[in-house]
Design a protein around this ligand. Structure first.
Ligand code: SB7
Ligand code: NI
Length: 184
């Protein structure tokens, strides 16, 4: 299983590289990694398992974070109930279109690969149209908004060597630009 030991941290050059496209058919090793990434998210959101293995809760995990430079990321956005809002391993995800309106989380963002608090708003597109492939190479297109859209943008950034704090306004971290909504 993936634990915090397997997650590389800020300073490791893999986090700043552009990850490579996955080619189909995926290898068994790549599929196995995809399943383990999703299993990590499930474990990290389960209070008993997270406590036992000292996992930080996460809603996403991108392959570069486990030092595999491939365009693949697991996303698990929980709902208040038990049916997740969005739960998929995205292979070769691309944003096909994005809203002009931006959104940022009131609490800012964190990252499993960043062991410090970096306060400030992280402006993201409020709505995106996302194209991605599943492990069998089937194409999917999803329209996402608000929190799930923000999480997917954070993850796709990892595939492009970008970290959340790259988007924070250095002069005024809590500056709210025009066209930006703050999500509670
Ligand atoms: C806040 C947290 C995340 C995404 C968007 C807002 C994910 C945190 C876990 N990760 O480091 C995944 O890359
Ligand atoms: Ni991250």
């Amino acid at each position: 299983m993936i634990t915090m030991k397997n997650i590389i941290r800020e300073g490791n050059p893999t986090l700043r590289a552009r990850a490579k496209e996955v080619t189909f058919p995926m290898t068994n090793e790549q599929k196995d990694l995809a399943h383990k990434m999703m299993e990590f998210l499930e474990n990290s959101q389960n209070p008993e398992i997270a406590e036992k293995y000292k996992l930080r809760a996460g809603v996403g995990l991108a392959a570069p974070q486990v030092d595999v430079s491939l365009r693949m990321t697991a996303v698990l956005v929980p709902d208040e109930h038990d049916k997740p809002l969005f739960k998929h391993v995205l292979v070769n995800p691309t944003i096909m279109s994005e809203s002009v309106r931006m959104a940022a989380l009131s609490e800012g963002e964190g990252c499993l690969s960043v062991d410090r608090d970096v306060p400030g708003y992280v402006p993201r597109h409020d709505k995106i149209t996302l194209r991605w492939f599943d492990l069998d190479g089937n194409k999917h297109v999803d329209k996402l908004r608000d929190y799930p859209a923000i999480v997917c943008q954070h993850e796709i950034d990892h595939l492009n060597g970008i970290l959340f704090f790259d988007h924070i306004n250095t002069k005024n971290p809590f500056k709210v630009a025009e066209n930006t909504i703050i999500l509670g």
